[in-house]
Design a protein around this ligand. Structure first.
Ligand code: HEC
Length: 252
């Protein structure tokens, strides 16, 4: 007898011992469990995957566009002065449109800033200035130079020269204008909104004002300094509430 046929006869002997009734029960159980495996589970709900095509919507996109004006949670940014450097009624005033001219080096010159805020929306402290100096030296010095004359290292290597901060036009420009330049870019200059969060942008504005005063100490009004009394704390916290704004000030 070969090994295989021996095994077969052993199995059929065992099966005959178990009995037909028991085999029937066994098959029934297996069959039932197979059948229940075919049910339509909640985890398999029909759904679209992001970026998939849709046969249903007319624009063929499964993903729907956000309704106009949708604001992500925590990003309402109602405080226009802090987040945009603009006055509350910006764009609504009936002042004549701002005229833009270009100087010899191709820079965009504007000298009226009807919508820009004139006062800092954050307290100007020693810490804010220190933070501004640090950020200025990271993000701006390469083009605008250490004092703001527009003679940074990149400019010396051929990048278009920015205007100096030390002419009457920019000395008289409201603080909101400097914030706006960093937020939205200006002419040939890129926006720094993605690298410099709003609170830091205000710190840089304060530092630029300090630079301007340093070059023209008698011709400009002093910075509206607020004493904090805590000189060890070097972090910049905008004086805005509620807390969500402070968190958000970390993002852009
Ligand atoms: C890569 C070079 C570069 C860097 C870095 C740079 N800028 Fe500029 N900036 C320019 C140039 C070029 C202009 C002139 C743009 C124009 O008028 O077309 C300019 C213009 C300006 C002006 C003048 C706007 C006006 O009304 O004429 C301000 C203010 C300013 N930059 C602030 C900043 C600040 C603050 C930073 C750092 C966050 C910064 N810039 C970083 C190149 C740079």
């Amino acid at each position: 007898m070969s090994k295989n046929s021996y095994q077969l006869s052993v199995i059929s002997y065992q099966l005959s011992r178990i009995g037909k009734w028991k085999i029937f029960c066994l098959l029934l159980t297996v069959g039932c469990s197979l059948l229940t495996g075919c049910r339509y589970d909640m985890q398999d709900q029909p759904r679209y995957k992001a970026y998939k095509k849709s046969e249903f919507f007319r624009d063929d996109k499964a993903m729907r566009d956000l309704p106009e004006g949708t604001v992500a949670r925590g990003f309402l940014r109602e405080d226009k002065a802090f987040y945009a450097g603009k006055k509350e009624n910006a764009g609504m005033t009936t002042t004549a449109p701002v005229e833009t001219t270009t100087d010899a080096s191709g820079n965009t010159l504007v000298s009226s800033f009807p919508d820009a805020v004139e006062e800092f929306p954050v307290p100007v402290t020693k810490e804010l200035l220190d933070r501004g100096e640090e950020r200025y030296k990271i993000f701006c010095i390469v083009c605008h130079g250490p004092v703001g004359n527009g003679d940074g290292m990149i400019v010396r290597r051929g990048f278009p020269q920015p205007p100096t901060y030390h002419d009457d036009r920019l000395r008289n420009a409201p603080v909101g204008h400097f914030f706006d330049v960093m937020t939205n870019g200006w002419g040939k200059m890129n926006s720094y909104a993605s690298q410099v969060p709003p609170a830091d942008r205000w710190a840089i504005v304060a530092y630029i004002r300090a630079l301007q005063i340093s070059q023209n100490p008698n011709g400009m009004s002093p910075l509206p300094m607020t004493k904090t009394g805590n000189t060890t704390n070097t972090t910049v916290t905008p004086s805005v509430s509620p807390n969500v704004k402070t968190q958000e000030a970390q993002s852009r």
